[in-house]
Design a protein around this ligand. Structure first.
Ligand SMILES: [Zn+2]
Length: 346
């Protein structure tokens, strides 16, 4: 693939089948685990050293994933232990089995400090059932009490699908070099989808492990969450996209967590930036008349918003509004019922 390529290119025709590994480069292997959601799979990356393995992301903490890992370990890992477990971020399919894999192998978990703190925060919220802040957040968005009942279930999911983490955790920060598969990988922290998402770039192999920060077909969820209603993850995500565009060329092979490995990182980043900026403009335009967070759903999302994706839709819609507020394109006002309305600045 050349830098001048005009289209995103997928060099692999098929994803690995159950418990199969596909070699994507010397010492780098691709494993796919299935998930019982609309987003039905996650890609994991295994890197081979002389006497141990490293894995990037782990799959969900459930029986099916553990069973599949057992098979993979027996069939493909040549008796060598998994000594390094890297979780790109704290979402369940990326961190779920980190504790289990580390315990079985006396391995070590590597994650960013921001992701670890987000996980601890969330766990405290679930354990203390401290949902008042969430209630307020969704009320402000224009969601009624009945629809809100889903929040505890939605957030409780995280707890079940992430197993207990190891006692000792190692942090990776932006710019650090991490060795795995006999190669040096540079940590690039992305923001917006999660607090401090780890991406790993190996210049000598021309490979970028992107996690959820850069996906080929779907866009990463970028949401405001109840505990930080004033956050501006959309701008953080756009800044990260611009930064990655400066680091990656179209020749690099991108290994995403969902979808197929691809060439054309810059093309994809341009698409993502353009789409989000277009959405921001359309939303700003629609705010000639006052709008609530829920009013923006038809404009922002092609898929129908139902009870199952309501929390994500609400968080993502708020992320667009907060970005426009911080760009001074909108102002907001709370009505007597406590609901927030956004309007264009005249
Ligand atoms: Zn994620």
């Amino acid at each position: 693939m050349l830098n001048s390529c005009k289209k995103i290119h997928y060099p692999f025709a098929l994803a690995p089948r159950e418990s199969e590994l596909i070699k994507v480069a010397p010492g780098v292997f691709w494993l796919q685990l299935l998930m019982p959601f609309t987003l039905n799979h996650i890609n994991l990356w295994l890197l081979e050293d002389d006497d141990f393995w490293s894995v990037v992301d782990t799959g969900l903490n459930n029986h099916e994933s553990r069973k599949l890992w057992e098979l993979v370990i027996e069939k493909h890992l040549k008796g060598k232990p998994i000594k390094q477990v890297v979780s790109t971020h704290m979402h369940p399919e990326h961190l779920g089995l980190a504790g289990w894999l580390c315990e079985r192998n006396q391995g070590e978990l590597w994650i960013s400090q921001g992701e670890h703190e987000s996980y601890c925060d969330l766990l405290t919220e679930i354990q203390q059932k401290a949902y008042d802040v969430a209630h307020e957040f969704y009320k402000v968005a224009g969601i009624n009490d009945k629809q809100q009942g889903h929040y505890a279930t939605f957030i409780g999911f995280f707890d079940k699908l992430i197993g207990r983490l190891p006692e000792t955790i190692h942090y990776l920060g932006d710019g650090e070099l991490f060795k795995m598969g006999g190669q040096e990988w540079r940590v690039i922290i992305g923001r917006g989808h999660s607090a401090e998402h780890i991406c790993l770039f190996c210049e000598s192999l021309g490979i970028f492990i992107s996690g959820d920060q850069l996906l080929p077909e779907i866009s990463s969820n970028v949401s405001v969450w109840p505990k930080k209603p004033g956050a501006n993850p959309m701008e953080e995500w756009l800044v990260s996209c611009h930064r990655l565009r400066g680091i990656l060329d179209n020749e690099v092979l991108v290994l995403p967590s969902h979808g197929m490995p691809f060439h054309g990182a810059r093309l994809r980043l341009n698409e993502l930036i353009d789409t989000n900026e277009r959405n921001l403009n359309r939303l700003a335009e629609s705010c000639k008349k006052p709008q609530r967070v829920v009013d923006a759903f038809p404009l922002l999302f092609k898929a129908k918003v139902t009870q199952s994706n309501l929390m994500m839709a609400c968080g993502e819609s708020r992320a667009y509004f907060n970005c426009l507020l911080s760009r001074r394109q909108l102002i907001s006002e709370t009505d007597d019922a406590g609901v927030l309305w956004f309007q264009q600045i005249n």
